[in-house]
Design a protein around this ligand. Structure first.
Ligand code: XLF
Length: 333
Protein backbone atom coordinates (compact mmCIF):
# COMPACT_ATOMS: atom_id res chain seq x y z
CA UNK A 1 0.00 0.00 0.00
CA UNK A 2 1.30 3.46 -0.92
CA UNK A 3 2.05 5.70 2.06
CA UNK A 4 -0.61 8.33 2.80
CA UNK A 5 -0.30 11.79 4.29
CA UNK A 6 -1.67 10.34 7.56
CA UNK A 7 1.16 7.77 7.68
CA UNK A 8 3.70 10.56 7.25
CA UNK A 9 2.02 12.69 9.91
CA UNK A 10 1.94 9.81 12.41
CA UNK A 11 5.58 8.85 11.81
CA UNK A 12 6.74 12.46 12.13
CA UNK A 13 4.52 13.18 15.15
CA UNK A 14 2.72 16.13 13.51
CA UNK A 15 -0.74 16.78 12.01
CA UNK A 16 -1.52 16.08 8.33
CA UNK A 17 -2.00 19.83 7.87
CA UNK A 18 1.58 20.45 8.97
CA UNK A 19 2.82 17.84 6.50
CA UNK A 20 0.91 19.56 3.76
CA UNK A 21 2.35 22.98 4.75
CA UNK A 22 5.87 21.58 4.67
CA UNK A 23 5.41 20.09 1.20
CA UNK A 24 3.57 23.02 -0.34
CA UNK A 25 5.70 25.71 1.32
CA UNK A 26 2.48 27.74 1.69
CA UNK A 27 2.90 28.35 5.43
CA UNK A 28 6.13 28.62 7.43
CA UNK A 29 6.91 25.55 9.58
CA UNK A 30 9.61 25.30 12.21
CA UNK A 31 12.81 24.21 10.39
CA UNK A 32 13.47 21.19 12.63
CA UNK A 33 9.90 19.94 12.23
CA UNK A 34 10.05 20.51 8.47
CA UNK A 35 13.31 18.54 8.21
CA UNK A 36 11.76 15.68 10.20
CA UNK A 37 8.72 15.64 7.94
CA UNK A 38 10.84 15.67 4.75
CA UNK A 39 12.97 12.83 5.98
CA UNK A 40 9.86 10.72 6.79
CA UNK A 41 8.41 11.57 3.36
CA UNK A 42 11.54 10.23 1.70
CA UNK A 43 11.79 7.20 3.95
CA UNK A 44 8.20 6.14 3.32
CA UNK A 45 8.26 7.13 -0.35
CA UNK A 46 5.16 9.29 0.10
CA UNK A 47 4.00 10.96 -3.13
CA UNK A 48 1.67 13.96 -2.66
CA UNK A 49 -1.42 13.95 -4.85
CA UNK A 50 -0.30 17.01 -6.85
CA UNK A 51 3.01 15.31 -7.65
CA UNK A 52 1.25 12.05 -8.46
CA UNK A 53 -0.81 13.95 -11.02
CA UNK A 54 2.25 15.47 -12.63
CA UNK A 55 3.82 12.01 -12.67
CA UNK A 56 0.84 10.59 -14.48
CA UNK A 57 1.18 13.37 -17.00
CA UNK A 58 4.83 12.61 -17.45
CA UNK A 59 7.76 13.09 -15.13
CA UNK A 60 9.50 15.80 -13.16
CA UNK A 61 12.28 16.47 -15.72
CA UNK A 62 14.72 16.77 -12.86
CA UNK A 63 17.49 14.33 -12.03
CA UNK A 64 19.82 14.14 -9.04
CA UNK A 65 23.60 14.06 -8.95
CA UNK A 66 24.95 12.49 -5.79
CA UNK A 67 28.56 13.29 -4.88
CA UNK A 68 30.52 12.76 -1.66
CA UNK A 69 32.51 16.00 -1.35
CA UNK A 70 31.54 19.25 -3.03
CA UNK A 71 34.72 20.99 -1.85
CA UNK A 72 36.84 18.68 -4.02
CA UNK A 73 36.90 20.42 -7.40
CA UNK A 74 37.14 17.04 -9.12
CA UNK A 75 33.44 16.70 -8.32
CA UNK A 76 32.76 20.27 -9.47
CA UNK A 77 34.13 19.37 -12.92
CA UNK A 78 32.12 16.14 -12.90
CA UNK A 79 29.01 18.14 -11.98
CA UNK A 80 29.64 20.54 -14.86
CA UNK A 81 29.65 17.63 -17.29
CA UNK A 82 26.50 16.21 -15.73
CA UNK A 83 24.71 19.55 -15.79
CA UNK A 84 25.63 20.18 -19.44
CA UNK A 85 24.29 16.76 -20.48
CA UNK A 86 21.08 17.35 -18.50
CA UNK A 87 20.67 20.86 -19.89
CA UNK A 88 21.10 19.65 -23.50
CA UNK A 89 18.15 17.32 -23.04
CA UNK A 90 15.96 19.80 -21.18
CA UNK A 91 16.46 18.35 -17.68
CA UNK A 92 17.24 20.14 -14.45
CA UNK A 93 19.82 18.83 -12.01
CA UNK A 94 19.66 18.71 -8.21
CA UNK A 95 22.96 18.47 -6.39
CA UNK A 96 23.08 15.95 -3.54
CA UNK A 97 26.29 16.35 -1.54
CA UNK A 98 26.65 13.60 1.06
CA UNK A 99 29.89 14.52 2.89
CA UNK A 100 30.35 10.73 3.01
CA UNK A 101 27.40 10.60 5.41
CA UNK A 102 25.22 7.48 5.07
CA UNK A 103 22.06 9.16 6.42
CA UNK A 104 22.25 12.01 3.95
CA UNK A 105 22.84 9.56 1.18
CA UNK A 106 19.84 7.56 2.25
CA UNK A 107 17.66 10.64 2.24
CA UNK A 108 18.78 11.60 -1.25
CA UNK A 109 18.22 8.09 -2.57
CA UNK A 110 14.74 8.33 -1.06
CA UNK A 111 13.99 11.12 -3.53
CA UNK A 112 14.05 8.56 -6.33
CA UNK A 113 11.70 6.25 -4.48
CA UNK A 114 9.24 9.07 -3.88
CA UNK A 115 9.72 10.17 -7.52
CA UNK A 116 10.72 13.72 -6.70
CA UNK A 117 13.39 13.12 -9.32
CA UNK A 118 13.34 11.02 -12.49
CA UNK A 119 16.71 9.39 -11.88
CA UNK A 120 20.07 9.69 -10.19
CA UNK A 121 23.68 9.90 -11.29
CA UNK A 122 25.44 8.28 -8.38
CA UNK A 123 29.07 9.35 -7.98
CA UNK A 124 29.91 7.93 -4.60
CA UNK A 125 30.92 4.34 -4.14
CA UNK A 126 30.59 4.47 -0.38
CA UNK A 127 30.17 0.84 0.66
CA UNK A 128 27.16 1.08 3.02
CA UNK A 129 25.07 2.14 0.05
CA UNK A 130 25.47 -1.05 -1.96
CA UNK A 131 22.46 -2.81 -0.49
CA UNK A 132 20.36 0.32 -0.85
CA UNK A 133 21.42 0.72 -4.45
CA UNK A 134 20.72 -2.91 -5.20
CA UNK A 135 17.18 -2.45 -3.93
CA UNK A 136 16.64 0.52 -6.24
CA UNK A 137 18.43 -0.57 -9.38
CA UNK A 138 16.31 -2.17 -12.02
CA UNK A 139 13.31 -0.33 -10.60
CA UNK A 140 14.48 3.26 -10.91
CA UNK A 141 16.90 4.92 -13.32
CA UNK A 142 20.38 5.10 -11.77
CA UNK A 143 23.77 5.45 -13.45
CA UNK A 144 27.09 5.21 -11.64
CA UNK A 145 29.83 7.77 -12.27
CA UNK A 146 33.49 7.66 -11.21
CA UNK A 147 33.24 4.82 -8.69
CA UNK A 148 32.23 1.27 -9.37
CA UNK A 149 30.29 -0.37 -6.58
CA UNK A 150 31.65 -3.78 -5.62
CA UNK A 151 29.29 -6.61 -6.44
CA UNK A 152 26.72 -4.43 -8.16
CA UNK A 153 25.85 -5.95 -11.50
CA UNK A 154 23.77 -4.75 -14.40
CA UNK A 155 24.79 -1.14 -13.88
CA UNK A 156 25.28 1.77 -16.25
CA UNK A 157 28.69 3.19 -15.45
CA UNK A 158 31.15 5.80 -16.66
CA UNK A 159 34.51 5.80 -14.92
CA UNK A 160 38.13 6.67 -15.58
CA UNK A 161 40.65 3.89 -15.94
CA UNK A 162 41.87 3.98 -12.34
CA UNK A 163 44.12 0.94 -12.61
CA UNK A 164 45.91 2.27 -15.72
CA UNK A 165 46.48 5.54 -13.83
CA UNK A 166 48.17 3.70 -10.96
CA UNK A 167 50.29 1.81 -13.47
CA UNK A 168 51.46 5.04 -15.15
CA UNK A 169 52.59 6.39 -11.78
CA UNK A 170 54.42 3.13 -10.95
CA UNK A 171 56.25 3.17 -14.26
CA UNK A 172 57.16 6.85 -13.95
CA UNK A 173 58.68 6.50 -10.48
CA UNK A 174 60.48 3.28 -11.40
CA UNK A 175 61.98 4.86 -14.52
CA UNK A 176 63.21 7.79 -12.42
CA UNK A 177 65.07 5.23 -10.26
CA UNK A 178 62.85 5.13 -7.15
CA UNK A 179 62.74 1.82 -5.28
CA UNK A 180 61.07 2.73 -1.96
CA UNK A 181 57.67 4.40 -2.09
CA UNK A 182 54.89 5.34 0.29
CA UNK A 183 51.37 4.95 -1.05
CA UNK A 184 48.57 6.92 0.60
CA UNK A 185 45.48 4.98 -0.41
CA UNK A 186 41.79 5.84 -0.15
CA UNK A 187 39.43 3.83 2.07
CA UNK A 188 40.06 0.14 1.29
CA UNK A 189 36.52 -0.57 0.22
CA UNK A 190 36.38 2.08 -2.49
CA UNK A 191 37.13 0.55 -5.87
CA UNK A 192 38.89 3.54 -7.46
CA UNK A 193 41.58 3.71 -4.80
CA UNK A 194 42.04 -0.07 -4.69
CA UNK A 195 42.48 -0.17 -8.49
CA UNK A 196 44.99 2.70 -8.38
CA UNK A 197 46.99 0.94 -5.66
CA UNK A 198 46.91 -2.36 -7.51
CA UNK A 199 48.14 -0.83 -10.79
CA UNK A 200 50.81 1.12 -8.96
CA UNK A 201 52.25 -1.71 -6.86
CA UNK A 202 52.54 -4.05 -9.86
CA UNK A 203 54.18 -1.53 -12.19
CA UNK A 204 56.50 -0.04 -9.56
CA UNK A 205 57.94 -3.40 -8.60
CA UNK A 206 59.85 -1.94 -5.61
CA UNK A 207 59.14 -1.74 -1.89
CA UNK A 208 55.80 -0.07 -1.14
CA UNK A 209 54.55 0.92 2.32
CA UNK A 210 50.81 1.65 2.40
CA UNK A 211 48.81 3.94 4.65
CA UNK A 212 45.04 4.30 4.42
CA UNK A 213 43.60 7.82 4.03
CA UNK A 214 40.13 9.13 3.18
CA UNK A 215 40.64 11.13 -0.04
CA UNK A 216 40.71 14.41 1.91
CA UNK A 217 43.62 16.77 2.42
CA UNK A 218 43.98 16.49 6.23
CA UNK A 219 44.44 12.72 6.01
CA UNK A 220 47.40 13.15 3.61
CA UNK A 221 48.91 15.63 6.01
CA UNK A 222 48.28 13.56 9.13
CA UNK A 223 49.58 10.27 7.73
CA UNK A 224 52.80 11.76 6.45
CA UNK A 225 53.42 13.92 9.52
CA UNK A 226 53.00 10.85 11.74
CA UNK A 227 55.49 8.81 9.70
CA UNK A 228 58.02 11.65 9.69
CA UNK A 229 57.59 12.07 13.46
CA UNK A 230 58.34 8.40 14.06
CA UNK A 231 61.79 8.93 12.55
CA UNK A 232 63.71 6.60 10.22
CA UNK A 233 61.59 7.61 7.22
CA UNK A 234 63.40 6.06 4.24
CA UNK A 235 60.94 6.57 1.35
CA UNK A 236 62.09 8.52 -1.72
CA UNK A 237 58.63 8.94 -3.24
CA UNK A 238 55.00 9.36 -2.16
CA UNK A 239 52.04 8.41 -4.35
CA UNK A 240 48.81 9.83 -2.97
CA UNK A 241 45.60 8.30 -4.37
CA UNK A 242 44.15 11.75 -5.07
CA UNK A 243 45.41 15.32 -5.39
CA UNK A 244 43.86 16.53 -2.12
CA UNK A 245 45.84 13.96 -0.13
CA UNK A 246 48.97 14.89 -2.15
CA UNK A 247 48.49 18.54 -1.11
CA UNK A 248 48.31 17.43 2.52
CA UNK A 249 51.49 15.40 2.04
CA UNK A 250 53.28 18.40 0.47
CA UNK A 251 52.34 20.51 3.50
CA UNK A 252 53.67 17.91 5.96
CA UNK A 253 56.94 17.60 4.02
CA UNK A 254 57.38 21.37 3.89
CA UNK A 255 56.75 21.62 7.62
CA UNK A 256 59.39 18.94 8.27
CA UNK A 257 61.91 20.96 6.23
CA UNK A 258 62.06 18.47 3.36
CA UNK A 259 62.31 19.73 -0.20
CA UNK A 260 60.20 18.33 -3.05
CA UNK A 261 61.43 16.84 -5.36
CA UNK A 262 65.06 17.05 -4.15
CA UNK A 263 64.51 15.03 -0.95
CA UNK A 264 61.34 13.24 -1.95
CA UNK A 265 59.08 13.02 -5.01
CA UNK A 266 55.29 13.40 -4.72
CA UNK A 267 52.60 12.26 -7.18
CA UNK A 268 48.84 12.78 -6.99
CA UNK A 269 45.78 11.60 -8.92
CA UNK A 270 42.92 13.60 -10.58
CA UNK A 271 44.74 16.66 -12.00
CA UNK A 272 42.33 19.15 -10.44
CA UNK A 273 43.06 22.80 -11.34
CA UNK A 274 45.08 23.44 -8.18
CA UNK A 275 47.52 20.62 -9.06
CA UNK A 276 49.35 22.83 -11.54
CA UNK A 277 49.19 25.87 -9.25
CA UNK A 278 50.77 24.46 -6.08
CA UNK A 279 54.50 24.76 -5.64
CA UNK A 280 56.15 22.66 -6.89
CA UNK A 281 53.52 21.94 -9.55
CA UNK A 282 52.21 18.45 -8.90
CA UNK A 283 52.93 15.46 -11.12
CA UNK A 284 49.58 13.69 -11.29
CA UNK A 285 47.23 11.53 -13.34
CA UNK A 286 44.65 13.45 -15.31
CA UNK A 287 41.13 12.07 -15.00
CA UNK A 288 38.52 13.37 -17.46
CA UNK A 289 36.13 14.38 -14.67
CA UNK A 290 33.90 16.48 -16.95
CA UNK A 291 33.51 13.61 -19.45
CA UNK A 292 32.82 11.10 -16.67
CA UNK A 293 29.92 13.28 -15.46
CA UNK A 294 28.66 13.98 -18.95
CA UNK A 295 28.81 10.35 -20.12
CA UNK A 296 27.12 8.94 -17.03
CA UNK A 297 24.33 11.51 -17.29
CA UNK A 298 23.78 10.85 -21.00
CA UNK A 299 23.50 7.12 -20.18
CA UNK A 300 21.02 7.87 -17.40
CA UNK A 301 18.85 10.08 -19.57
CA UNK A 302 18.64 7.45 -22.29
CA UNK A 303 17.29 5.13 -19.61
CA UNK A 304 14.86 7.80 -18.32
CA UNK A 305 13.54 8.64 -21.76
CA UNK A 306 13.13 5.03 -22.84
CA UNK A 307 11.42 4.17 -19.60
CA UNK A 308 12.81 0.65 -19.55
CA UNK A 309 15.88 -0.91 -17.97
CA UNK A 310 18.70 -0.87 -20.53
CA UNK A 311 21.37 -3.59 -20.70
CA UNK A 312 24.42 -3.02 -18.49
CA UNK A 313 26.93 -0.74 -20.16
CA UNK A 314 30.33 0.45 -19.11
CA UNK A 315 32.40 3.38 -20.39
CA UNK A 316 36.00 3.32 -19.21
CA UNK A 317 37.59 6.66 -20.06
CA UNK A 318 41.37 6.99 -20.58
CA UNK A 319 43.69 8.79 -18.16
CA UNK A 320 46.98 10.58 -18.78
CA UNK A 321 50.11 11.14 -16.67
CA UNK A 322 51.03 14.82 -16.31
CA UNK A 323 54.68 15.05 -15.38
CA UNK A 324 55.35 18.32 -13.55
CA UNK A 325 57.90 19.61 -11.05
CA UNK A 326 57.18 17.40 -8.00
CA UNK A 327 59.02 14.30 -9.30
CA UNK A 328 62.72 13.77 -10.01
CA UNK A 329 65.30 10.98 -9.64
CA UNK A 330 66.05 10.16 -5.99
CA UNK A 331 69.17 11.68 -4.49
CA UNK A 332 71.37 9.48 -2.27
CA UNK A 333 70.40 10.04 1.38
O1 XLF B 1 36.11 8.71 -6.05
C1 XLF B 1 37.45 8.89 -6.40
C2 XLF B 1 38.26 9.12 -5.16
O2 XLF B 1 38.76 10.40 -5.20
C3 XLF B 1 37.64 10.13 -7.23
O3 XLF B 1 37.96 9.74 -8.55
C4 XLF B 1 38.72 10.90 -6.53
O4 XLF B 1 39.98 10.65 -7.12
C5 XLF B 1 38.43 12.36 -6.50
O5 XLF B 1 39.39 13.03 -5.75
Amino acid sequence: RAASIKDVAAAAGVSPTTVSHVLSGNRPVNEQTAARVRSVVNRLGYVPASLARSLQAGATSVIGLLIPDISNTFFAELAKGAEDAAHDLGYGLILCNTEFDADREDRYLGMIRSRFIDGMVYASGSPPSRRRLEALMGKFPIALADEEVEGLTGALIATADHEAGGRLVGEHLRELGHRRALMLTGPRDLKSGAARAHGFVRAFGGDVVERVGDFKEPSGYRLLAALLDEGGFDRTAVFAANDLMAFGALAALREAGLSVPRDISVVGFDDIRAASLVSPALTTVHQPAYDVGRTATAQLLQYVSRGEVPPASRHTLPVELKVRASTAPPTAR
